[in-house]
Design a protein around this ligand. Structure first.
Ligand code: FAD
Length: 419
């Protein structure tokens, strides 16, 4: 693309923001238009389920308005309703259109509302946007019993925040352990113990079949598949999300579990790219197509895209990493552990600080670190290098991932010098 071409970015979240900033940092001189349908300045979502919910964190905007002005990043508050690919324009609800030389889709994901009768009652909340968080925050300050449907990262973070407000909290999860799709059984057990130690009732392997309300339409509780009933004045639904793909699909762009892109983040239309939560891309390790929902992925994909648009194309191979905070526990995950068949635990989970190494055969896939930031940093270095310890080595008493990473670095440096 020409350096003075117009880049239009749809979605002013984490990925869209970073794409605009990185384009400017890399010397793109043409117009950069960042279009978002949420009110206010672009903001970060992670605090929404953590400090913001408890009023511990006030400012969540990524930057002040002057930052965009200084960089000539045009912010537009509007909803894009269609892409006209032959005309290379995006269209808005009011009939106006905007031409692009390159279009970036950074439309994120939306919460899925499960087909449970009663989700329309008052007192049913969800959490994706700042508006959702403000409503939930107000709700939490006025109720004494909270039920959370779904023990994923966000559901558990909300549960932890609700406990801190003094509410009695019940979490209902249809799988047999919390965060089952993303973490090892060792970690699930630790997290379950953590929440229970704060008095949260964790109902695993149970599903909500109906939400019940009073005559005035306010929720009173959740009926479970085993006939049980959870009384609640506030129910937070946190089951899963769907990528926002409809703009792309309507414009005839390939969509699978997300907008399909290649390793350069190009859709099937070379003038259109997709990044972040909405993009399904070939994973660097196996080539299998994946979609990730994390700040790291949105930010690193935005940087990779900006490099390509400014003449330095490289395939997207960044190591995935993620974090969550629940009570005083900070969990950091490096790599993707799906498909692991062996684990090694470093440290003692009973101390509240430990790491779990997840292997598939001899291959280290992922490291989960609980209140062990040095292990997490070492894990990122080791996993990114491609040379990793095997499960037998890691199982030896006293094994340290940090020492292993340091030794490896010294060996690599020697090879570089002698080679
Ligand atoms: P988003 O940030 O979701 O931005 C997409 C934007 O596009 C939205 O504002 C949307 O309204 C807008 N949009 C969509 N369609 C249109 C349209 N047609 N026209 C105009 N605008 C449109 N990740 C972590 O790594 N760690 C965490 O601790 C963590 N905590 C989280 C807590 C919460 C409550 C949530 C919701 C997410 C959390 N995440 C966390 C995930 C992380 O925030 C997302 O992965 C990240 O925001 C994805 O960035 P994105 O740019 O792809 O999408």
């Amino acid at each position: 693309m020409r350096p003075d071409g117009t880049v239009v970015i749809v979605g002013a979240g984490q990925g869209g923001f970073q794409a605009a900033v990185s384009l400017r940092e890399r010397g793109h001189t043409g117009p950069v238009v960042l279009i978002g349908d949420e009110p206010g300045l672009p903001y970060q979502r992670p605090p929404l389920s953590k400090g913001f919910l408890l009023r511990e964190e006030g400012t969540i905007e990524l930057r002040a308005r002057s930052f965009y002005e200084r960089r000539r990043i045009e912010l537009r508050h509007a909803r894009v309703t269609a892409i006209d690919r032959p005309a290379r324009q995006v269209r808005f609800a009011d009939g106006n259109a905007l031409a692009y030389d390159h279009l970036v889709l950074a439309t994120g994901a939306r919460n899925r509302v499960p087909p449970i009768p009663g989700t329309g009652l008052d007192g049913i909340g969800q959490l994706r946007t700042r508006g959702d968080a403000e409503r939930l925050r107000a709700g939490l300050s006025a109720v004494s019993r909270v039920a959370v449907i779904g023990a994923g990262f966000i559901g558990l973070e909300v549960a932890a925040a609700a406990v801190k407000t003094g509410a009695a909290v019940t979490v209902v999860e249809s799988l047999d352990r919390p965060m089952a799709r993303s973490v090892s059984a060792v970690l699930s057990a630790h997290i379950a113990g953590l929440h229970r130690s704060y008095g949260t009732e964790l109902l695993l392997g149970r599903s909500v079949v109906r939400l019940h309300g009073s005559r005035d339409g306010t929720v009173e509780g959740a009926e479970l598949d085993d006939g049980g009933f959870v009384r609640a004045d506030l129910v937070v639904v946190g089951v899963s999300v769907s990528p926002a793909t409809e703009l792309a699909a309507d414009a005839g762009i390939d969509v699978g579990d997300g907008i399909r892109v290649d390793e350069f983040l190009r859709t099937c239309d070379p003038d259109i790219s997709a990044i972040g939560d909405c993009a399904e891309f070939p994973g660097a390790r196996t080539g299998a197509r994946i979609r990730l929902e994390s700040v790291q992925n949105a930010v690193d994909q935005a940087r990779c895209l900006a490099a390509r648009l400014t003449g330095a194309p490289t395939p997207y191979t960044a190591l995935p990493w993620f974090w969550t905070e629940q009570f005083s526990t900070r969990l950091q995950i490096a790599g993707l552990g799906q498909g692991h068949d062996r684990t090694a635990v470093l440290g003692d989970p009973a101390t509240g600080s430990f790491s779990v190494l997840l292997f598939q055969g001899d291959h280290l896939l992922s490291v989960e670190s609980v209140n062990a930031p040095a292990d997490h940093i070492a894990a990122r270095r080791v996993l990114a290098s491609g040379t990793t310890p095997g499960p037998d080595e890691a199982a030896v008493e006293g094994f340290s991932l940090r020492d292993w990473a340091d030794r490896q670095r010294r060996t690599d440096a020697r090879v570089e010098v002698t080679g």
